[in-house]
Design a protein around this ligand. Structure first.
Ligand code: NAP
Length: 161
């Protein structure tokens, strides 16, 4: 991780699991990014559930504790399925990174709905997983095209510079 130098990084779904691990490693670097953006579906840590999972609460508390120790860590609400939430998080990121843009976006957020078997699999389950993992990832990546590392291609498409 020390060999990777980035000015700013945003990790989606980083209030637990691999995302929280990545955020922690970026903050612990010898030359940490100027800004590390961690995102959570729910800034209260309850994740919309009356009785949230204990492990989820502990992880979320770890993230809040990290934010207390690292002024370069910004915790944002972000639901990759919700365009309004993406727009709000993008505005907050822009307020911090200004003209430099976001250097690195890690599309970590995802859900895994346990596959049962061909006969019992449901369209509803497949749709939920596709909405988060595929469409959500695309939606979160779209604002990145405004950043300085991108340019308009010959057919009006967007290409990395
Ligand atoms: N763990 C593995 O062995 C493994 C293997 C291969 C690939 N991966 C990939 O690595 C990534 C992280 O895995 P993990 O095991 O750390 O997963 P995880 O513990 O289940 O964490 C997933 C994170 O994504 C968030 N999330 C879910 N839906 C979201 C949404 N609609 N908008 C924003 N955030 C959302 C979750 O929020 P909540 O806390 O609110 O649910 C959580 O913070 C995933 O992309 C996964 O597919 C993991």
């Amino acid at each position: 991780m020390d060999a990777l130098h980035v000015r700013s990084v945003l990790v989606t779904g980083s209030d637990r699991g691999i995302g929280l691990g990545l955020v922690t490693r970026f903050l612990e670097k010898r030359d940490p990014p100027e800004w590390v953006f961690a995102t959570s579906l729910d800034l209260e840590g309850s994740h919309g559930k009356e009785l949230p999972n204990t492990d989820t609460v502990i992880s979320f508390q770890k993230l809040k504790k990290l934010a207390g120790h690292h002024p370069n860590l910004v915790v944002l609400q972000l639901d990759v399925r919700d365009l309004k939430s993406i727009e709000a998080a993008t505005r907050k990121v822009e307020e911090h990174v200004k003209e430099h843009g976001l250097t690195l976006l890690i599309n970590n957020a995802a859900i895994l709905i346990k596959f049962t078997c061909l006969v019992t699999e449901t369209a509803e389950n497949m749709e939920r997983q596709f909405n988060t993992n595929t469409i959500g990832t695309l939606q979160v990546s779209q604002p990145a095209q405004k950043y300085p590392g991108w340019q308009e291609g010959p057919k009006g498409n967007c290409l990395p510079k």
